[in-house]
Design a binder for this molecule. Sequence first.
Ligand SMILES: Cc1ncc(COP(=O)(O)O)c(C=O)c1O
Length: 381
Amino acid sequence: MLSTPILLDYQSSTPCLEEVEISMAPYWSEIFSNPSSKSNLASINANALLEVSREKIQEYLFLQKKKVIFTSGATESNNLALLGFARNHYKETKRYGHIITLKTEHKAVLEPLDQLRKEGFQVTEICPEKDGLISKEKFISYIKNDTFLVSIMMANNEIGVIQPLKEISEICRSREIILHSDYAQCLGYIEIDNLDSLANMLTISSHKIYGPKGVGLLLVDNNIKLQPLIFGGGQEFGLRSGTLPLPLIVGFTKAIEIAVFNQKKNTEKFLFHRDKLLNGLLNNNTGVEINGSMKERLPHNLNLTILEVSGAKLHKCLKSKIICSSGSACTNGEPSHVLVALGRSFKEAEASLRLSIGLTTTIEDIEKSIQIITDTIKLLR
Ligand SMILES: Cc1ncc(COP(=O)(O)O)c(C=O)c1O
């Protein structure tokens, strides 16, 4: 009989926690009124509940000077931040100006920036060092007189590296450059350290933190102006029209509360499993190389290149036994642009595994995975 594959792909998405599902339950058919139509008592109540969620999020994330804008997820938040801010910059200054990002960003940052390039803005994608990190000196060397916007993710979704965002933020602040950061992979995995001053705009996604899919956040400094992408009823400060999904927002709020509250405890568990997996694979095999810094890294991420094997065969053999990824879940099977930016050949990038550990991963899962991957490598060589 076939056993169910071991799931090591929690950076792609996570299941809803039971507490999250319970918190959402009344909002599907009992409390269902439109939170933005204030024409009846039920809607007014729904609106009050929405605002309670917004306030709770501000409290859980220790925010004092940021607006909480609900979106459909990190992709929309990144689009709103980048297109919205750059287009407003042009409206106010009649200048396109220069934007900086990293080659290793998620496509949900690179693609909107590509759109801005088509509209006339100048966009520089900096290649990080071989360990996936950007140095302060290199970053400074790319800043121009007309640089007005920087987008650098806090932690990378493929190689898990954590950028020195505090330093980048100080540099940007001293030059009055606005900083956006895709924080989608971070909440619940790293300690929150003053999000108010970490970046002017931050992107968060619910389904990466055991919340429901289809909801996310853009946290924006109160004084920042954005052009909307979606027009209509003027919800979300006029930035994102459309009826808000109250059940998803309530569930997301619960997921944020739990993620923040349990972060330290969960990190210890993730590190224990991750390091056991890494050591097991390194001790049992030759030609297994780590991608990205191990020092500045998310606790639940591993990214390995297996030398001298065919990537296609590796993934085909593992498919029924371990669910993992060769790169981002959103890039349709192309070799990872992140690994290529770090200097990996297409062949090496294909023969790479992103293994990400979840809350319910067990020590047996880790031991079995070491065995399965080791057997597969032997077979393919
Ligand atoms: C860093 C990062 N940004 C953005 C996204 C897109 O998130 P969403 O599915 O919430 O749109 C992802 C998801 O893979 C991600 O990892």
